[in-house]
Design a protein around this ligand. Structure first.
Ligand code: ADP
Length: 265
């Protein structure tokens, strides 16, 4: 608690008392610590690929460039690390944009059926390259949802992309949508590697990854689910996850319907 004396009452040079304002700064402090932690994480995440790029370029200049096979291998690493950097910067921009504009955001009708179809089509190639089948189970008609269509799409992309990434070859991914009078339920299920119980509570934190070493192999920035969480919040919804190691995971998004009743601002 932070106490700030703002006025002292005196009588004949003698102090009668002071007015003080007490302000609970635990929340402010917490936010400040989180912000500092975030900046530290961002710096670390940006620095890792940069250090690697610099190292390989120096080695190339130091003579490795003469050997064609070594040169190709090193250049490939430089290319992969540059892509990782740019992916990271893109994700950071998306995340800050969502956080900044959640309140005065776009409120447009979203064709969920078409968007889901587009996302499945977009990710079908990367799924097919691992022989993973994506299936979508949708009702005949779906209510119109309102919000930012790009964010809705981004949310689905991140969830389906993760389901593909963390599922071994031959597996399957299912996107299922249902709705009732009040809300729309979207679930993305896979029969992949699953997640240990201990990690479930922290998955939506920025840069949180279950297995850093493995994540490096499969790519990704550790920001995907943080982005999903903020998008879901922008729709006034909620997200939860159920998972069993070795069996698979299911992410469930609940979004309040925007076509019935009053929109709460
Ligand atoms: P990343 O870029 O590492 O995929 P995310 O924020 O999207 O970052 O996910 C955070 C972590 O949650 C991942 O590193 C992974 O360990 C875990 N994860 C996310 N989705 C799944 C899934 N469908 N199956 C298993 N693990 C998952």
């Amino acid at each position: 608690v932070y106490a700030n004396p703002i006025r002292e009452f005196k009588e004949g040079g003698r102090s009668l008392g002071v007015v003080m304002i007490f302000q609970d700064i635990t929340e402010i402090r917490k936010l400040e610590i989180m912000r500092k932690q975030f900046v530290a994480n961002v710096s670390h995440e940006l620095k890792t690929p940069l250090t690697s790029i610099k190292g390989f370029v120096e080695t190339l200049r130091g003579g490795a460039v003469e050997d064609e096979r070594v040169r190709d291998r090193f250049l490939e690493i430089v290319e992969v690390e540059s892509s990782r950097l740019s992916e990271l910067i893109d994700d950071l921009l998306v995340l800050t944009d969502i956080e900044r504009r959640t309140e005065d955001g776009i409120y447009e009708p979203i064709d969920m059926k078409k968007t889901i179809g587009d996302v499945v089509l977009m990710l079908e190639d990367s799924a097919a390259s691992k022989e993973i089948a994506i299936q979508s189970i949708l009702p005949e008609t779906l209510p119109t949802l309102h919000g930012n269509p790009n964010w809705f799409k981004q949310m689905l992309i991140n969830l389906v992309d993760n389901a593909i990434k963390y599922t071994p070859g031959g597996g399957h991914v299912t996107v299922k949508v249902s709705f009732d009078m009040k809300e729309i339920t979207i679930s993305v299920r896979d029969n992949g590697i699953g997640i240990e119980r201990d990690h479930l509570g922290r998955l939506f934190e920025r840069f949180y990854r279950v297995d850093k070493a493995r994540s490096r192999d499969v790519g990704g920035t550790g920001l995907g689910l943080a982005i999903v969480k903020h998008i879901v919040l922008s729709f006034g919804g909620a997200i939860s996850v159920k998972s069993e190691p070795g069996k698979g995971s299911e992410f469930t998004v609940l979004l309040p319907r925007t076509d019935v009743g009053q929109r709460v601002l």
